[in-house]
Design a protein around this ligand. Structure first.
Ligand SMILES: Cc1ncc(COP(=O)(O)O)c(C=O)c1O
Length: 438
């Protein structure tokens, strides 16, 4: 059942869109929720659940790389193959609440709740659609994850880009932007999108002091912070003390998105949202009207994994992943230094999966990558894709060091170096009145 206690002194209704405020619960979904938590003697004929006897599966066994294993059978397999309440598989919800409380120790924990979603992107779209209505302004750091733009552009939202330096979004510019907006009487933003750790695409990690300052500004100008944090355990400076926005949230204005995509499996399609209970309730209503709930089988597998490993086992797994990607980051940086020397500049990414490369002497990398790159056997993401206005020229490139072998990463960088040289040469010829070879 949802927590109803609303002890944060915030009026969440004022943040919600008209569509979100008009959502009503589906009676059948509410009955599923009631049936799930009812005592055993209660018989439910209310739901439209299929009979599990007709399903062809008898057992699902999972073997883990650490040598352990577990099996889903009988009642648990039945549950894993069935409809569940929209908020999530109740035993997993309990495990995740405990996990979140331990990991982030959020102030006023009892006033918050969680909802399980099909990955952070699902959480992102449902959260933004609860808050961003037609023409509403949205604060973003620039560059930013394009999964945001695709959600809000159909609503004709106004993106307010805040520039970043090597430590992420600049609080001084954020404050100045808000002050100017207020003075000019423009509509004030209700929410800011932040990807605080291992930013996709630049790999920045916002330091703790800056997080605190951004949070202070959010309180001052009364906006919510949507912290999309799928790389939360992938920051590579061990000596840095980090706290999530959720840990700092005394006023109930942080909506935190967690994802298991980068740390367990992206194919499980699981993530969860942590926020003040009234906001979670709105998002649950949206789920009731869209895909009913995140996949049950994935949720039961995650539940069993968390039970098997416990909190400490999960943390050990995350530490191993961090070591894995840190080594890849280091190797990729060495290879980029070797092959892009004199051609491009980049900062060593402090977290996440990506190297953000600024190419010298080329105004825009889009055509070079999207037309010539593919022909030359290399695909990298043009920086423009991560900008507020992708049609403006951008000399950056995002290259992932997460998956390809070191041999392939090196080959890709060699091919990129050739592309840059060719493009620079063409630019030179063009500037000097010779034929432009496209
Ligand atoms: C910043 C950011 N947010 C959200 C997502 C989507 O993640 P998920 O697989 O959990 O939907 C990604 C995936 O690349 C991402 O980088």
């Amino acid at each position: 059942m949802h927590k109803t206690k609303d002890s944060f002194e915030m009026d969440y209704t004022s943040f919600k869109t008209e569509v979100s405020k008009s959502r009503r619960s589906a009676t059948t979904r509410e009955l599923t929720k009631i049936a799930y938590s009812a005592p055993n003697h209660v018989i439910s004929l209310a739901e439209g659940m299929p009979n599990e006897e007709t399903f062809p599966f008898t057992e699902i066994s999972i073997k883990l790389k650490d040598g352990s294993s577990f099996t889903l059978d009988d009642q648990e397999l039945g549950a894993a193959l069935q409809y569940i309440p929209s908020q999530g598989y109740p035993p997993l919800l309990r495990s995740l609440r405990e996990y979140q409380r331990k990991l982030h120790a959020p102030p006023l924990w009892d006033s918050r709740d969680i909802v399980i979603v099909s990955g952070a992107q699902d959480g992102l779209s449902k959260t933004l659609e609860a808050i961003i209505g037609p023409g509403d302004p949205l604060l973003v750091h620039d560059p930013f994850y394009p999964g945001v733009e695709v959600v809000v552009s159909p609503h004709k939202a106004e993106l307010i880009p805040i520039p970043q330096d090597e430590h992420g979004v600049d609080p001084k510019i954020l404050r100045e932007t808000l002050r100017n907006r207020e003075l000019s009487g423009k509509k004030m933003p209700k929410i800011m999108y932040i990807n605080a750790t291992g930013l996709n695409p630049t790999g920045t990690v916002i330091p703790l002091e800056r997080r605190k300052e951004i949070y202070r500004i959010a309180c001052e100008y009364n906006f919510l912070i949507l912290d999309d944090d799928p790389y939360f355990c992938l920051y590579y400076d061990d000596e840095v003390e980090l706290k999530s926005f959720l840990s700092l949230d005394t006023e109930g204005r942080v909506i935190r998105l967690d994802s298991f995509s980068k740390v367990l499996s992206s194919g499980l399609r699981l993530g969860f949202i942590t926020a003040a209970a009234p906001l979670i309730a709105s998002i649950e209503l949206h789920l009731q009207s869209s895909h009913l709930h995140a996949p049950t089988l994935s949720q039961v597998i995650l539940y069993r994994l968390m039970k098997l490993w416990g909190y400490d086992g999960m943390m050990r797994h995350f530490t191993g992943i961090k070591r894995f990607y840190k080594q890849r980051r280091d190797e990729t940086v060495c290879l980029a230094e070797k092959h892009l020397n004199g051609l491009a500049d980049f900062k060593i990414p402090r977290g996440g999966f990506f190297l953000w490369i600024n190419v010298r002497g080329i105004e825009d990398t889009w055509k070079m990558l999207m037309q010539r790159g593919i022909k030359e056997g290399v695909i990298m993401a043009p920086g423009g894709a991560f900008m507020k206005d992708p049609s403006k020229p951008c000399n950056a490139i995002r290259a992932s060091f997460a998956k390809a072998s070191y041999e392939d990463i090196e080959l890709a960088l060699i091919r990129l170096a050739k592309l840059i040289r060719d493009q620079q040469e063409d630019n030179y010829l063009y500037a000097n009145g010779n034929t432009y070879i496209n």
